[in-house]
Design a protein around this ligand. Structure first.
Ligand code: FRU
Length: 503
């Protein structure tokens, strides 16, 4: 393909043209990962929703296929999931891929529909008796069905986001669904609207005798930095109800950046739980300075549970497959930052696609960090603020930061004000800000950083994904200088590698 868009990522999945939001119907089958997605083939803003389709053998190299499910008389094809029908529960053949999505229109509202594929997910036939599920109480916001097999009951379950909660249903034939329970009213940050559920089971600290259920809830608005983001709840499930371990007000974020939404996981991947999110935020998703297409997925992430201070958290680390992107390695000798330390031309003639890896030991320093800089003075600041106990990614001066001239930017005043109060760093508008995560999630002393830069995104992983932070940036030239700086005392940077990344 010819690349007409300056900001098109090198190694992140994007549609060739048109608009993309949520990842949909993620499934692994016969050596292929299927990535369907909310897709407008007719323009680079939201509308005319279809399921677009890409496939990959390794989660990194994607082939673009034709849209798999097209808009019809029931309305838009909104988000949803797919399963491999191992026992032929639905009667379309063993191992058919069955898709569940929301049809959305003013006329019919939001209703759950089904379609099946007998050609490994290339084409789908819609079930002739759609819809398979409508809200029992006439709810307006009732969408994004996630279907999974629940072994103890030998049944399929569906979770549907229903305004401010998630509703569980169960079924034997994937067509008739029986309501079980609702979860989530009053849980997590407020104000909110629940969207795009997922429900996964994972061992705690790798111990298979200690399994926990995790409900992934994408919410919009309500994110701690404004707009949309992914939170999760850890607990137990008995086939009827989900019981969360923590109090309603406890919010755990899967990613602490501002551009990480609609996270859902692949089905049929065995013990691995691999999540994919959309790398944007509803506040300005339609206004990014890109023309030919809009929307990219964050790097696929492997999810796992770890314990910290008696609490269970979910780590999200870039999948190990991303190591195959490393084209050139530059090893940097260990150094101490005494005030300032600069590395120029971090990647020769960079196209803006690289990974930085390092161990940072702040010691007695109060601030330990660096700027990713270009020669226009645009910079992304990434630093550990040891006094505040935060890792911060500050894009206030990262390049183009006023998106209002590219399209409509939705601001939710209340959440923005609340947010401003919690920030100790600069805040110009809903794009020009910093995001931060609590360092208390890490074990401390030395912090291992993997930072993926790809044209218009910076994804930070601390200590194997205990903290993940994903943010868009629009520098007018690639950042190619690293300026380390510190406050309070010298600190150490060790085991640093700079990888040029490419497909
Ligand atoms: C989340 C979402 C979903 C919906 C889809 C529509 O980003 O709002 O709830 O199904 O996008 O495109």
């Amino acid at each position: 393909t010819t690349n007409t868009d300056y900001y098109r990522p090198v190694y992140h999945h994007t549609p060739l043209y048109g608009w993309m939001n949520d990842a949909n119907g993620l499934v692994y089958k016969d050596g292929e990962y299927h990535l369907y997605f909310q897709y407008n083939p007719y323009g680079s803003k939201w509308g005319n929703m279809h399921w677009g389709h890409s496939v990959s053998k390794d989660l990194i190299h994607w082939n673009h296929l034709k849209p798999a499910i097209a808009r019809d008389t029931l309305g838009h094809i909104f988000s949803g999931s797919t399963v491999v029908d191992k026992n032929n529960s639905a009667g379309y053949g063993k191992d058919a891929i069955i898709a569940f999505y929301t049809s959305a229109s003013d006329e019919h509202g939001q209703i759950q529909c089904m379609a099946y594929s007998n050609d490994n997910g290339r084409t789908y036939t819609k079930y002739e008796k759609n819809p398979i599920l409508t809200p029992f109480d006439g709810l307006k916001d009732f969408r994004d069905p996630k279907v999974f097999w629940y072994e103890p009951a030998q049944k399929w379950y569906m979770i549907v986001s229903a305004d401010k909660e998630m509703r569980f249903y169960s079924s034997s034939n994937l067509k008739d669904w029986e309501y079980q329970s609702g979860f989530g009213k009053g849980y997590g940050v407020q104000p909110n609207q629940f969207e795009c559920p997922d429900f996964i089971q994972l061992p705690v600290d790798g111990d298979k005798n200690k399994m926990k259920w995790v409900m992934i809830v994408n919410i919009n608005p309500g994110c701690m930095f404004g707009g949309s983001a992914t939170e999760y709840f850890v607990g137990d499930f008995d086939g009827k109800e989900f019981k969360c371990d923590t109090k309603p007000e406890v919010t755990k974020w899967l990613d602490y950046g501002k551009d990480h939404y609609a996270t859902v996981c692949f089905s049929n991947t065995g013990d691995r739980v691999i999540a994919v999110s959309w790398m944007s935020n509803w506040q300005y998703a339609n206004a990014t300075p890109i023309r030919q297409y809009r929307g990219a997925n964050a790097l696929p992430r492997e999810l796992s549970l770890y314990t910290k201070d008696g609490q269970i958290y979910m780590a999200a680390n870039a999948v190990k497959e991303t190591e195959a992107l490393r084209k050139d390695t530059r090893k940097v000798d260990n150094f101490a930052v005494k005030g300032e330390y600069k590395i120029d031309e971090i990647v020769p003639q960079t196209d803006g696609a690289y990974e930085l890896e390092m161990d940072v030991t702040p010691g007695k320093a109060q601030v330990a960090g660096f700027e990713l800089l270009n020669d226009k003075g645009e910079k992304m600041k990434i630093y550990l603020d040891m006094k505040a106990g935060k890792v911060v990614a500050d894009r206030t001066e990262s390049g183009i930061v006023d998106l209002t001239r590219y399209g409509e930017v939705t601001v939710h005043e209340k959440e923005t004000d609340d947010h401003r109060k919690t920030m100790s760093i600069n805040y110009k508008n809903d794009f020009a800000l910093g995001t931060w995560a609590p360092l208390s999630l890490c074990e401390g002393k030395t912090y291992h950083l993997n930072i993926f830069v790809d044209k218009c995104s910076v994804e930070i992983f601390v200590d194997g994904g205990r903290i993940a932070m994903t943010n868009l940036v629009f520098p007018t030239k690639p950042y190619n200088t690293l300026r380390f700086y510190g406050e309070g005392a010298d600190y150490k940077v060790e085991n640093m590698n700079i990888y040029k990344l490419g497909l």
